[in-house]
Design a protein around this ligand. Structure first.
Ligand SMILES: [Zn+2]
Length: 635
C-alpha cells in the first residue's frame, strides 16, 4: 500500500515578482481566451448531433466492459450550464502516465481484474485508441518517451535509441548524456552535476532532444508560468517527456537510493525533495515480500500457465528466484546498491514513484491555477519485470494489476488536489515486448536468437571479399566500426575515403552479407533511406525510416524475423518494428474529448498535437503526428 498523509489544501503558488509584473498583461489575454473558449464549448453543448454521437460512443466503453462512470464535468444540456462548465473545465493540469513496456493487449487480457478507479476509469471516461502503434523503430524506452510529448519520431527528435554510437565523438553515448560530456584520460566528465546522486554516477540532461515538448510550448505560451515536471525511476523516462525547458525532472539513483536531478535544471535540489530523501523513501521496502495480489496463483495459472517456466531467467540476482513470492533484498543484509537495483525490478519502486509524484503535486502546486501545468509520471518497474519474466508470466500479470491500482491511487490524489475535471490525463506506454524466443519456439512460432557477432562477421567477410586489393595487403579491417548496436552498422568513412571505396557500395555489400545470416529478414542502406527509396505504404520500411536520423543513425539497418532477437543477453526484449513491440495503449481523458473506443489507426506521436489543440497552444516544434479529430468533442 501507498502511505500518505491527509492532503492539506493547495498552498498558493510561489511567484517571482518579476514574473508577476510581466504576467499582468498575460492575465488579460488569458481571460479573453477563456471567454472565447467558453463560447465555443457552449455552442458545442447545444449542438444535438455532437451530443448524440458522444452519448453513443460513451455507451460502449473499453476495459473489462465496465459501465461508464458518470462524469459530472461533461455534457449537460443548456447553454448556461455549458458556459459554467467550460470555465471550470479549462485544464489546469496535463498528467501523462506512461507505463514502461505496457502492451496494448494487457488492457484486454487483465482488464476485468482492474480496479474501478484505475485504468478502467480512464477507459470508461476517456477516448481510447485501440490501434495505436509506434510508427518507428527501434522501439526502445528513450525513443518512445521522446515521442510522447514531442509528437515526433527519432528521425526528427534525434533520440534514435537508448545508447548509440556517436560518429563525431567516436564513442557510444547515452540519450540523456549531455553533448558536452567528455571522456578525459579514460575518465567520464559530466557537464552537469547529479544532485543527490553518487560520486561516480553521471549527471543527465535533455540536450540531445532536438524538439520542443508540449510542456515547453505551454511555458512559452505563459511566460513560464506553466510548470513542467517529469518523474520516473529511469532518467530518460523523466527527462524526455518533460523537455528541454522543463522546470525539473527527477529519477531514482540506484546508488544512493535518492530521488535525484541534474544541475541542468537548478543548482540545488528543492527543499521538499531533500526532505523526501531524508525520510529514506526506498529503504522502507527492504526485505518486502512481493506476493500474488490476488492471494493465490489460480487466476495466474489459468491466464498465464505455470509459474517459473524454463525460459524465465532472473539471471544472477542474489536472494531471489523465478518463483513467487519474491523477497526484495538484492541479496544484501541492509539497504544499498544491490537492494536498490532489486527494488527497481519490483512493484514497490512504483509505489515510491506515486508517493514522489504526489509530493511534487503538493510542493510545486501543480494544477493550482489557470495556467496549465504538466506532470509526467513513467512507471519503470514493469519494464524491468517484463525483461526478466516475459509478457506471459505471473510476474508480468501481477505487476500489471498492481500498476493499475497505483494509477488509481494517483488519479484519486489528483482528483482531490486538482480535480479530474480540470485535468487532461493521458495513458500510454513507450513500447511493448516480444514473447521470450524460447517460449515462442515452444509454441511453434518462429522464435530464435540471432547472434550479433555472426552478423558482424558476415559483414566484415563480405566487405573484405569485395574490397580487399589482395590477400597479403588487406586494408579493410578498419572499415566496419565496433561496437554495433541498435541493429545499426557504421562504416569508418575516413577509411573508405582513404581507399577510394564508395560509401554506397560498402553499404550494399554489407546488406548482401547480412542477409546470408539465418534470421535476418531485411536490410536497409543509408543511401536508400536518405533518398527515401522506401515506399510509405511499406509499413515496416516506414518505421525504419522514421527511426533513421541522418546525423545520428548508422549506414546499414538490419532487421530480423518476427519473434527473433539480435543478441541473447536478456530473456524478453523489444526494439523491433513488429506489432508486439509497437502496439501500445493510448487513452486521453478530459474536457474536449468524447469518451469511447476508437478503432482508427493512431500513434503516440498524435498525443502532443491533440493536446496542443485542446490547450490552444503551438504544437511542439517538429510534431508530425495528426490531431485526433475523431474524438474532439468541440468542433
Ligand atoms: Zn521502456
Amino acid at each position: 500500500m501507498i502511505s500518505r498523509t491527509t492532503p492539506a489544501p493547495h498552498p498558493p503558488r510561489r511567484r517571482d515578482p518579476r514574473a508577476e509584473r510581466a504576467a499582468t498583461n498575460h492575465h488579460a489575454k488569458a481571460a479573453r481566451r477563456a471567454a472565447s473558449f467558453a463560447l465555443a464549448l457552449a455552442l458545442a453543448a447545444i449542438l444535438p448531433l455532437a451530443g448524440a454521437v458522444a452519448q453513443r460512443r460513451a455507451s460502449h466503453v473499453g476495459v473489462g466492459q465496465a459501465a461508464p462512470v458518470q462524469s459530472s464535468q461533461r455534457r449537460t444540456s443548456g447553454a448556461s450550464a455549458g458556459v459554467a462548465q467550460a470555465q471550470s473545465s479549462r485544464p489546469r493540469l496535463v498528467l501523462l502516465i506512461v507505463v514502461d513496456q505496457f502492451r496494448a493487449d494487457y488492457l484486454e487480457r487483465f482488464g476485468d481484474l482492474f480496479a474501478e478507479n484505475g485504468l478502467r476509469r480512464l477507459a470508461a471516461r476517456g477516448a481510447q485508441w485501440t490501434n495505436s502503434n509506434y510508427d518507428h523503430m527501434p522501439t526502445y524506452t528513450a525513443p518512445g518517451h521522446a515521442t510522447t510529448l514531442t509528437g515526433t519520431y527519432p528521425a526528427e527528435n534525434g533520440i534514435v535509441a537508448n545508447d548509440w554510437y556517436d560518429r563525431e565523438a567516436g564513442r557510444v553515448v547515452s540519450n540523456s548524456s549531455d553533448p558536452e560530456d567528455r571522456v578525459e584520460n579514460g575518465k567520464y566528465v559530466s557537464r552537469w552535476q547529479l544532485l543527490g546522486g553518487g560520486a561516480a554516477e553521471h549527471a543527465s540532461s535533455p540536450r540531445r532532444l532536438l524538439a520542443s515538448t508540449l510542456g515547453d510550448e505551454l511555458r512559452l505560451a505563459t511566460n513560464d508560468r506553466a510548470k513542467v515536471i517529469g518523474v520516473s525511476v529511469k532518467d530518460r523516462a523523466a527527462i524526455l517527456p518533460a523537455g528541454r525547458h522543463a522546470n525539473a525532472a527527477y529519477w531514482f539513483s540506484p546508488v544512493t537510493g535518492n530521488m535525484v536531478s541534474s544541475s541542468y535544471y537548478f543548482a540545488d535540489l528543492p527543499a521538499w525533495v531533500k526532505k523526501f530523501n531524508d525520510a529514506r523513501p526506498a529503504d522502507k521496502y527492504f526485505g518486502r515480500r512481493w506476493e500474488y495480489l490476488l492471494g493465490s496463483d489460480a487466476e495466474y495459472v489459468r491466464r498465464q500457465g505455470a509459474d517459473a517456466p524454463a525460459w524465465e531467467n532472473i539471471g544472477n540476482v542474489p536472494g531471489d528466484t523465478n518463483k513467487f513470492p519474491h523477497t526484495i533484498t538484492g541479496g544484501a543484509d541492509k539497504p544499498g546498491a544491490a537492494f536498490y537495483a532489486a527494488l527497481d525490478a519490483s512493484p514497490f519502486s512504483n509505489d515510491m514513484l506515486v508517493e514522489f509524484a504526489e509530493a511534487a503535486i503538493d510542493n510545486e502546486a501543480l494544477g493550482a491555477d489557470a495556467d496549465a501545468d504538466v506532470l509526467t509520471v513513467s512507471f519503470s518497474a514493469n519494464d524491468y519485470v517484463g525483461h526478466r519474466y516475459g509478457p506471459y508470466s505471473h510476474e508480468m500479470m501481477d505487476i500489471t494489476l498492481r500498476v493499475d491500482r497505483q494509477i488509481g491511487a494517483l488519479l484519486d490524489y489528483v482528483d482531490r488536489r486538482v480535480g479530474l475535471q480540470n485535468t487532461l490525463v493521458v495513458f500510454t506506454a513507450d513500447h511493448g515486448v516480444a514473447p521470450i524466443p524460447e517460449h515462442a519456439t515452444a509454441l511453434g512460432l518462429p522464435g530464435g536468437r540471432v547472434n550479433n557477432a555472426d552478423v558482424m562477421t558476415a559483414i566484415k567477410n563480405g566487405v573484405r571479399a569485395r574490397f580487399s586489393k589482395s590477400a597479403d595487403k588487406d586494408t579493410t579491417a578498419d572499415y566496419v566500426v565496433e561496437p554495433s548496436l541498435n541493429d545499426n552498422v557504421f562504416f569508418n568513412v575516413v577509411a573508405l575515403k582513404r581507399d577510394g571505396v564508395e560509401r554506397a557500395d560498402a553499404e550494399r555489400v554489407a546488406c548482401e552479407a547480412a542477409l546470408t545470416v539465418p534470421g535476418i529478414s531485411r536490410c536497409f542502406t543509408r543511401t536508400q533511406l536518405v533518398a527515401a527509396e522506401v515506399p510509405q505504404s511499406d509499413v515496416i520500411a516506414r518505421r525504419v525510416l522514421h527511426g533513421f536520423n541522418q546525423r545520428r543513425s548508422g549506414d546499414v539497418v538490419v532487421l530480423y524475423e518476427p519473434f527473433k532477437y539480435l543478441g541473447d543477453a536478456i530473456p524478453a526484449t523489444h526494439g523491433s518494428p513488429y506489432n508486439y513491440d509497437t502496439h501500445v495503449p493510448m487513452i486521453i481523458m478530459g474536457a474536449g474529448l468524447a469518451p469511447g473506443r476508437y478503432p482508427q489507426a493512431a500513434t503516440p506521436a498524435d498525443i502532443a498535437p491533440t493536446l496542443a489543440t485542446l490547450l490552444r497552444v503551438q504544437p511542439p516544434s517538429n510534431a508530425t503526428g495528426r490531431v485526433l479529430t475523431e474524438a474532439l468533442a468541440e468542433r
